[in-house]
Design a protein around this ligand. Structure first.
Ligand code: FEO
Length: 399
């Protein structure tokens, strides 16, 4: 059941968190049985308040209900929109009805997006570059961080309490039991990496550039407050380090990911022989068969931290199997340019273009194809031996 949490995270900042257990496919695409949260924040000053981000439109009534427990809506002088995507702005129309006088602060692209999507009367303060806003005892510095995740995205730094409101960046899927990073365990980290790769994966270079920008501007937050997931107040540097590692696609030890489709067992038997030939390797295997269909999201997340990826496809109507074609499309979009060592295997019956098509797609997306084997039903022994050796070399295993 959908619920919300209200929690003070500092002297003057209160978190409003919606626990969305209703969503099953984020962005109508990514399977998230773990759910997601939307974080909005209220900064209360001596002479007025600031609202930072909001919730999804369908939760507008709940949003106003929660907001009124924290502050009288009329006391809000500014609504900071770090990112125009509707998971953070949907409640703007409802907010506008209770406070048409608050000024919305955002970059110009956000204004055009919000005016196109919602009916509301509030005035805009359009930001041109990084700039600051001071009123009462509150100073906010706005840092333009484009393409994390849309072109208008920014972060807001509340100088008095050194809190960095980062919206999508440093966010996560799942509905954690607590609100801060005391409960950031390995499972939470996995959901965070899944979030990064699926939502911001295409823009990982921008993410890294903007993390560098924060460094250059000397911003060392005491609290990192994203708009999805936990607030990092105990160890804010940790989430920045983790995000940097994941955005770079750095490998976790000697992990190998195998993704395969197998209609009648030919590919599956080759996968089994590869795994049997390399005992002790941390293989993460994802399959599309007549009785198994793993989540592409999980394959993508594990592949992001893998040292080598094996993609194995039967031929389907002369091309790649549709499940593998979709997977390659998503890998190409979300892991572009990572130069991940990759092995391609293709089986066929009478004819195939799947190997050439998969090779081109992976190379075009910047994967480093280190080996490939195409075979009619059964792989040749020397090909199998060579492929195993290529995987072993990519994992830096002793011969
Ligand atoms: Fe959480 Fe890009 O919106």
């Amino acid at each position: 059941m959908v619920s919300y949490i209200i929690r003070n995270i500092s002297e003057s900042v209160t978190l409003l968190r919606l626990n969305d257990t209703d969503v099953k496919y984020f962005e109508a695409n990514w399977h998230i049985p773990e759910g997601i949260t939307y974080n909005a924040y209220v900064i209360k000053g001596k002479d007025g308040a600031v609202l930072i981000d909001l919730w999804k439109q369908k939760y507008s009534d709940l949003f106003l209900e929660a907001l009124k427990q924290v502050v009288e809506p009329a006391e809000i002088r500014y609504v900071v929109v770090n990112h125009a995507e509707p998971d953070h702005t949907g409640a703007l129309e409802a907010f506008s009805e209770v406070n048409p006088n608050a000024i919305v602060v955002a970059f110009p692209i956000a204004e055009s997006l919000l005016r196109a999507k919602y009916n509301f009367k509030n005035q805009f303060k359009s930001l041109k570059n990084d700039e600051s806003l001071s009123f009462s005892d509150i100073t906010l510095k706005f840092i333009y961080t484009p393409w994390v995740h849309w072109p208008e995205t920014m972060m807001t730094y509340y100088e008095q309490e050194k809190i960095l409101f980062t919206c999508d960046a440093f966010g996560s899927y799942s509905i954690p039991d607590g609100v801060d990073d005391q409960v950031a365990d390995k499972e939470y980290e996995r959901y965070s990496e899944k979030y990064l790769v699926t939502v911001i994966g295409s823009y990982r270079d921008n993410l890294l550039k903007n993390i560098e920008k924060l460094n250059q501007e000397g911003i060392k937050p005491a609290i990192v407050a994203p708009s999805h997931g936990l607030i990092w107040s105990k160890n804010p540097e940790r989430v920045i380090q983790l995000y940097t590692k994941w955005a770079r696609g750095e490998s976790d030890g000697k992990k190998a990911v195998i993704v395969y489709a197998s209609m009648y067992g030919s590919i599956e038997s080759v996968v089994k022989r590869i795994k049997d030939s390399l005992p002790g390797v941390n293989f993460k295997t994802f399959a599309f068969t007549d009785n198994r269909r793993d989540d592409i999201e999980d394959a993508l997340t594990e592949a992001n931290g893998a040292k080598v990826i094996v993609i194995a496809s039967p031929t389907y109507e002369v091309g790649p199997h549709p499940s593998i074609a979709q997977l390659i499309d998503i890998f190409s979009m979300k892991m572009k340019g990572l130069n991940k060592p990759t092995v391609l295997l293709t089986s066929y019956g009478w004819s195939s273009t799947a190997d050439k098509r998969n090779l081109k797609a992976m190379q075009d997306a910047g994967f480093k194809v280190i080996d490939q084997a195409t075979f009619k039903e059964k792989i040749a022994e020397n090909d199998l031996k060579r492929v195993v050796s290529s995987i072993s070399a990519a994992l830096s295993l002793q011969p």
